[in-house]
Each structure stands twice: as structure tokens, then as C-alpha cells.
Design a protein around this ligand. Structure first.
Ligand code: ATP
Length: 597
């Protein structure tokens, strides 16, 4: 997901503690009271577990040695009360931590979305959008897991474990040592496992993002997939990706579960030693059965938190890898910030001027010294062979990219020195592929200007020759159009996107004429809608239709990133040996030729 337009910080090199500190710093304060209550509940859980182990000595001694029914009853009631407390404390901590966890996820999703909006178009043209979405959905839980694991493992498992160890030491110090010596080799083995897990987790997330991304792209392009009978090829590709992801997940499962047999073996050793010693002590030293039972109970009860603590490093490693990937995305800095002295753009005549503009995508030079003027209120058509740089010229005007050299002026103001927000407010854009967003027809038009009234939306739809077909939809303007507006025809979608541009009522219209053929009736409706959208505005259009260029006040002919001719249809069409004249004389009127020259 690297892009020349974005800068990456050193999250990669950040340690687990570094990530942990950052997550706590970003989330701890806001949820401090919730965490305090959860920690209190966890302490109650830990203390009650230790109490149950400790009280074993008394119940055994009172019931079996001293045979005191009254004392045994009191102890039994206290055990019942402690279990109830433990149950409620466990419930509350779980609910509180889940609520906080859900809030953390929601916050990071919002933050990521807002951040993605600030990244430049360059980032999205390099990164596969579906994969970015998959990465976000897979990784965002990492932040929550890091927080919750830290809290539950320290407050509940570590405290329970330490208090049970305390009970063990009180009941039998010597025996405790036998248990303790198993710890260092166990910790060493776990460290080794978690290191190997780190790399595998990152690979798995990347592979899963590829799988999810590829599936989403297939669904989005399903008509192309079917038309070109690409099913088998894509299936082979996806199968390969799925197998790769499956293989990685299996590796992660093997690695993270490897601590199971390790723990069981060590636990078996510790428990067997304890019983051997207990048998010895009771046979030869007449030791108290109460103390032994209490010790054994502590050991059993300590096993669960110990196992969870042993797993902690492994789980934490996975959560931190996920969290780190989220931070990598969040730390990508948008390079195209407004300059400190940027002012709002003031549009008067809406004249656009390109002055010796050079541009390159990475190292590939695409525009070499492009200069032209698009007169305010007039239509300037860009024509030329495919790859000449026409779309690039259009994308420099809203500053999707910045020129490497040269300047672009709107009414004498260098657009590099105005705020992007104000610049884009004065522009409307109709792309070749009319994109409709999730929501209703009305929502989709209103994206042009959020404050537009319903009456203005209908007026724009009328001008765009869309009103009648909108009314024919089941819910009129409130008909949902789905991700790609699948319920609408190509021409209808184009007219909706023209209505969106019309409702914006911006003085400058950037237009990439659709090349896809529509039926004659649709074509005529789209053409009329475009005429409405273009009238009285400064229009820069990538023209594919002869009718558009014929009517344009100025035609800029481009080839290999340069302006090679300039004029209107009459002058250019009659110029000897001119590129425009040649394009115009092709058997099919192909003003923007799709074969490279
Ligand atoms: P067409 O009529 O086929 O759309 P065009 O005249 O609009 O072509 P551009 O799309 O501006 O030409 O492309 C000019 C050159 O820049 C081409 O060589 C293209 O491969 C390259 N190019 C376009 N967009 C990108 C991008 N996002 N990253 C890298 N190179 C790009």
C-alpha cells in the first residue's frame, strides 16, 4: 500500500511496548472510569478465586479433622457468597470491557475513514481499494484486543495467579519451589513461538486482504467477468490466493497452539510432583490434609490463569501486528496539504490557464510543458490519441495531483496557493463512469451540494432529463440505487451524475465524456442534459463526440503529453497535415482515438 504520494513513518520498527504505550495513550484516558470499574471487578474475581483455594484448608480440617459441623456450615455459606460475587463481578467486567472494546473499534473505524479521505488520489490509484477495506476490517479489532488483553491479563489472570501462588507458599513453601522451577524454560519456549508468529500473522492478514479484495472486485465487475468468460481464470487466481491464506492460517494455528502441549507437559510434571510429595509427607510426616488440599486446589485453580498468561504473549503478538497495520495506514501523511498561506479561491470570470505545466506519475513523464487557456464561460475541448495526457490535464485542475513544474491559474490565482476545499467547491465533475453511491436517487444528486433543497434537486433532475425516469422508479426520488446503481441503465446513471453536477451550480465544469455507446434515445437525452450542464459555464471537456468538439469554442489537440494544435473545428479540420484533421477524417468520427499514435 505504498504510494509515491504518501509518506510512511517508522511504525514498522516500533516495539510491542511502543505500540502498547501508543494505544493506551490514545484510549486509556477516555475510558478511565470504565476501566477502573472493570479492574475492580477483576480484582474481586481474583480475590474470590484465591479465597476459595485458601478456605479449602479450613473446610477439610474443620469437617474431617475437628468434625465441627457449625464451622463447616459457616465456611460453606461463605463459599456460596463468594461464588455469587465472582459471578456478578465476572459479568460486569465482561460487559464493560466489551462496551469499551466496541467503542474503540467504532472510533478507529471513524478515524480511519476520515483519514482515508485526506489521502491523495495517488494513494487510491496505487492501492487496491477493496484490499484497503479488507485490511481495515481485519485489523481494527487489534487495537481493542491489545487494550482488553492488557487489562484482563494483568488485572484478572496475573492477580489470580499471584494470589494463588501466595496461598501455595503459605500452605507449603517447599512444595511451591518445585512448581516455580518449571517457569523459566516454559517462558523461553513461549518467547520463541511468539516471534515466529509475528511474521506469519502479517502475511496472513495480507493474504486475506488479497482474497477479500479479489472477491469484491469480481463482484463489482461481474458483467465484464461473464462477458469475457473470465470465470475459470479468476477462479484459478482466487483459489491460489485462498490456498495461500489457508496455508498461513494453518501455520498460525500450529504455532499458537504449540504452547498447549508445552503447558500440559509442564503442568503434568508439576501436579505429579505435588502428589508424590503429598503422599510422602502424609505417609512419613503425618502432614495436615487441609493444607495439602488447599495447596492442590490453588495449583489447579492457578493452571487456567497460568495457561492464559502463557497464551498472552502469543495473542498479544497477533493483536499488535493488527494494530501496527492500522497505524501504518493512519500514519500515512497526506503530502498535498494546503500551503500555510493558502487563501480561498475567488472566482470571477472562471478563466483557467495552464502555464508550462510538467507532470509525471513517479518517473513516467506524462505532461511536458502544457500551456493553454480555457476562457471563462466557454467550452474548451481536449482531444488527442489515447495516452496523450487528456485525463491527466483534467485531474490537475481539482488538484488530484500537483504539477511537477509550471502553474495553473484560475482567474489569475495560482491554484497551488488556494485552499483545496475552496477550489473544489467551484468545480463540478462528470466522469466517464457515472458512480452512484449507496443511498437513494435523491441522496445521490444531493452529494453535489448537501444544502440543496428538494425543489433544487428536482429542478436539476429536470434539466438533466432525469425527472421522468426517476418518477417511474418504484419510490421515485427515494428509490435506493445500490452500490453501482444496478437498477438503472447506463444512460440513466449518466443523467443522474449530470444532475449531481448541475445541482452543484459550480462555475467550472470538468467533463470526461462517456465513450460507451448508448442507444440513440438515451444518447440524445444525455446530450441534452450535457448541453444544460455546459451552458454559461467554463467547461473543460475530454471530447469523444464529434458534436461536442464542433460546438466547442476552443479545441486543444494533445499528443505525447504536449499541446500540438489549438483552434476551433473549422480552422483545425482544414489545416494541412494536422493531427486533428487526420483524426477527423478517420472513417469513424473518432476525435479521441483509442489507438496510440
Ligand atoms: P485516454 O484517452 O486513453 O483516457 P488520456 O489522453 O486521457 O488517455 P491519460 O489518462 O492522461 O491519457 O494518461 C497519460 C499517461 O499517463 C498514460 O501513459 C498512462 O499510462 C499514464 N497514467 C495515467 N494515469 C496514471 C496513474 N494513475 N499512474 C501512473 N500512470 C498513469
Amino acid at each position: 500500500m505504498k504510494s509515491p504520494d504518501t509518506k510512511k513513518t517508522s511504525v514498522d520498527s516500533e516495539t510491542v511496548t511502543g505500540i502498547l504505550k501508543r494505544i493506551i495513550a490514545e484510549n486509556g484516558r477516555d475510558h478511565i472510569s470504565g476501566y477502573a470499574v472493570a479492574i475492580f471487578c477483576l480484582i474481586l474475581v481474583a480475590a474470590s478465586t484465591a479465597y476459595i483455594a485458601y478456605i479449602m484448608k479450613w473446610i477439610i480440617d474443620e469437617a474431617f479433622v475437628n468434625r465441627s459441623v457449625a464451622n463447616a456450615m459457616v465456611i460453606c455459606v461463605s463459599i456460596f457468597v463468594v461464588f455469587v460475587i465472582r459471578g456478578f463481578a465476572g459479568y460486569f467486567q465482561s460487559v464493560i470491557l466489551s462496551k469499551i472494546g466496541n467503542n474503540i473499534i467504532a472510533r478507529y473505524q471513524r478515524r480511519l475513514y476520515t483519514h482515508l479521505m485526506t489521502l491523495s488520489v495517488g494513494f487510491f490509484s496505487e492501492a487496491r481499494s477493496a484490499q484497503v477495506a479488507a485490511q481495515v476490517s481485519q485489523n481494527v479489532s487489534g487495537i481493542r484486543d491489545v487494550m482488553n488483553l492488557t487489562i484482563t491479563s494483568t488485572a484478572r489472570d496475573l492477580l489470580t495467579f499471584i494470589s494463588l501462588l501466595g496461598v501455595m507458599v503459605v500452605q507449603d513453601p517447599l512444595l511451591s519451589i518445585a512448581v516455580f522451577i518449571t517457569a523459566p524454560p516454559l517462558l523461553y519456549a513461549l518467547r520463541y513461538i511468539s516471534k515466529r508468529l509475528r511474521a506469519a500473522t502479517r502475511e496472513a492478514v495480507n493474504l486475506n486482504s488479497h482474497v477479500l479484495g479479489a472477491m469484491q472486485e469480481t463482484i463489482q465487475g461481474i458483467s465484464i467477468v461473464k462477458a469475457f468468460t473470465m470465470e475459470e481464470q479468476l477462479e484459478r487466481k482466487i483459489n491460489k490466493l485462498i490456498s495461500g491464506a489457508e496455508h498461513r492460517q494453518n501455520r498460525i494455528a500450529r504455532l499458537s497452539e504449540r504452547n498447549g502441549p508445552l503447558m500440559e507437559s509442564f503442568a503434568g510434571f508439576a501436579i505429579a510432583s505435588v502428589f508424590a510429595y503429598a503422599a510422602y509427607a502424609s505417609i512419613y510426616n503425618n502432614a495436615s490434609p487441609g493444607a495439602f488440599f488447599s495447596f492442590a486446589m490453588s495449583l489447579f485453580l492457578a493452571y487456567d490463569p497460568a495457561r492464559r498468561l502463557a497464551k498472552l504473549q502469543v495473542q498479544m503478538e497477533r493483536a499488535v501486528v493488527n494494530a501496527r497495520m492500522i497505524y501504518e495506514l493512519l500514519d500515512m501523511e497526506p503530502r498535498q496539504r494546503d500551503l500555510p498561506d493558502a487563501k480561498p479561491l475567488q472566482v470571477t470570470g472562471a478563466n483557467i490557464e495552464f502555464r508550462d505545466v510538467h507532470f509525471a506519475y513517479g518517473d513516467e513523464s506524462v505532461l511536458c510543458g502544457v500551456s493553454f487557456t480555457a476562457q471563462g464561460g466557454q467550452t474548451t475541448a481536449l482531444v488527442g490519441p489515447s495516452g496523450a495526457g487528456k485525463s491527466t490535464v483534467i485531474s490537475l485542475i481539482p488538484r488530484f495531483y500537483d504539477p511537477k513544474a509550471g502553474q495553473i491559474f484560475i482567474d489569475g490565482q495560482d491554484i497551488a496557493h488556494v485552499t483545496k476545499q475552496s477550489l473544489r467547491q467551484h468545480l463540478a465533475y462528470v466522469s466517464q463512469q457515472p458512480y452512484l453511491f449507496e443511498g437513494t436517487i435523491r441522496d445521490n444528486i444531493r452529494y453535489g451540494r448537501p444544502e440543496a433543497t428538494d425543489a433544487e434537486i428536482e429542478e436539476a433532475a429536470r434539466l438533466a432529463y432525469a425527472h421522468d425516469f426517476i418518477l417511474a422508479q418504484p419510490q421515485g426520488y427515494d428509490t435506493p440505487v445500490g452500490e453501482n446503481g444496478v437498477t438503472l441503465s447506463g444512460g440513466q446513471r449518466q443523467r443522474l451524475s449530470i444532475a449531481r453536477a448541475l445541482v452543484r451550480n459550480a462555475p467550472i465544469l470538468l467533463l470526461d465524456e462517456a465513450t460507451s455507446a448508448l442507444d440513440t434515445e438515451s444518447e440524445a437525452a444525455v446530450q441534452k442534459a450535457l448541453d444544460e450542464a455546459m451552458s454559461g459555464r467554463t467547461v473543460v471537456v475530454i471530447a469523444h463526440r464529434l458534436s461536442t468538439v464542433v460546438r466547442a469554442e476552443k479545441i486543444i489537440v494533445m499528443q505525447n503529453g504536449r499541446v500540438v494544435e489549438e483552434g476551433n473545428h473549422e480552422t483545425l479540420a482544414t489545416a494541412d497535415n494536422g493531427l486533428y484533421a487526420r483524426l477527423n477524417n478517420l472513417p469513424r468520427p473518432a476525435i479521441s482515438n483509442n489507438s496510440r499514435k
